[in-house]
Design a protein around this ligand. Structure first.
Ligand SMILES: [Cu+2]
Length: 132
């Protein structure tokens, strides 16, 4: 009976440790995103075609099959803009995605990439947007 109780007491911390290890494994897989952009709209406009290269931060391996949306915000005007969210689309190149974004105004913007696949993550990219 004493042995049984002792094992029960030990098993709880083990279960917690396993849960933490599982969570840590998920958190250990983080996305790293590099981007380039090109003007995509009319001259004097604020529309850009982005290319995102998505890799795993640890291994540097390209992340294929990623699903993510891109929200935008101006750090100097939080919540002031309500641009539509855009989905990243695979280019067919390993770990490479595109999206076109038309900004409301020039200035410093945050692009908030929210990944749902292949695992949840969020990456914020700061970008200074000028008229083309
Ligand atoms: Cu603004």
């Amino acid at each position: 009976m004493i042995g049984y109780v002792a094992r029960r007491v030990v098993s709880i911390p083990v279960a917690v440790a396993l849960l933490l290890a599982h969570g840590a494994a998920g958190a250990g897989d983080r996305m790293a995103v590099q981007h380039t952009r090109q003007p995509a709209g009319v001259e004097g406009g604020l529309e850009y075609a982005y290319t995102f290269r998505v890799t795993k931060r640890g291994s540097g391996d390209p992340v294929d099959g990623a699903a993510f949306s891109i929200a935008t915000d101006m750090p100097s005007m939080p919540g002031a803009h309500h641009m539509p969210h855009v989905a990243g689309e695979s280019t067919g190149e390993p770990g490479t995605y595109t999206a076109e974004i038309e900004f409301d105004m020039p200035g410093e913007w945050n692009l908030i990439l929210r990944f749902s696949e292949p695992f949840r993550d969020q990456v914020v990219i700061s970008d200074m947007i000028e008229k083309q």
